[in-house]
Design a binder for this molecule. Structure first.
Ligand code: RB5
Length: 150
């Protein structure tokens, strides 16, 4: 299904605040509703607090898609993927973003504000938004996530 215009919940830590603002402006410019949970400055904060705000809202179905950005993207990925029904993909280039949608039906895009420049990040976001899930055998594989007991 192509849900490229679905509302997006977005969050970041201090290390990614400038990039989060650019991504938010880009989404708004495309006519997409954006829920920004912060942070809203470069004052030091703890990324798990903001990862939790976004991932919990995707996990409970209040938002179909979210975007998280920290310095490397690693910490936000770790936090987000602790939530059931969240499939967070850390992407540093557009091909990963495309495949995370086609094969993994990723519902949270994660990027690193200290890793990825604005132009590349916005292209990653564009591809991630516009690429539908392939379904089929990939849907069957995702169903197996529910049987994994941690
Ligand atoms: C903050 O300094 C940094 O640790 C954080 O943004 C992120 O990169 C963690 O994974």
């Amino acid at each position: 299904m192509n849900d490229s215009n679905t509302p997006i919940i977005i969050g970041c830590d201090h290390a990614a605040y400038p990039l989060k603002e650019k991504v938010k402006d880009y989404l708004i410019g495309k006519g997409i509703d954006v829920e920004d949970v912060g942070t809203n400055s470069e004052k030091s904060v703890d990324y798990p607090d903001f990862g939790k705000k976004v991932a919990s809202m995707v996990s409970n179905g209040n938002f179909k898609r979210g975007i998280l950005i920290c310095g490397t993207g690693i910490g936000m990925s770790m936090v987000a993927n602790k939530f059931s029904h969240v499939r967070a993909a850390l992407c540093t280039e557009p091909f990963s973003a495309e495949m995370s949608r086609r094969h993994n039906d990723s519902n949270i895009l994660v990027m690193g504000g200290r890793m990825t420049g604005e132009t590349l990040a916005l292209e990653i976001v564009r591809v991630w938004l516009e690429t539908p899930f392939d379904g089929g055998r990939h849907q069957a594989r995702l169903k197996k996530f529910d049987t994994i007991d941690s």
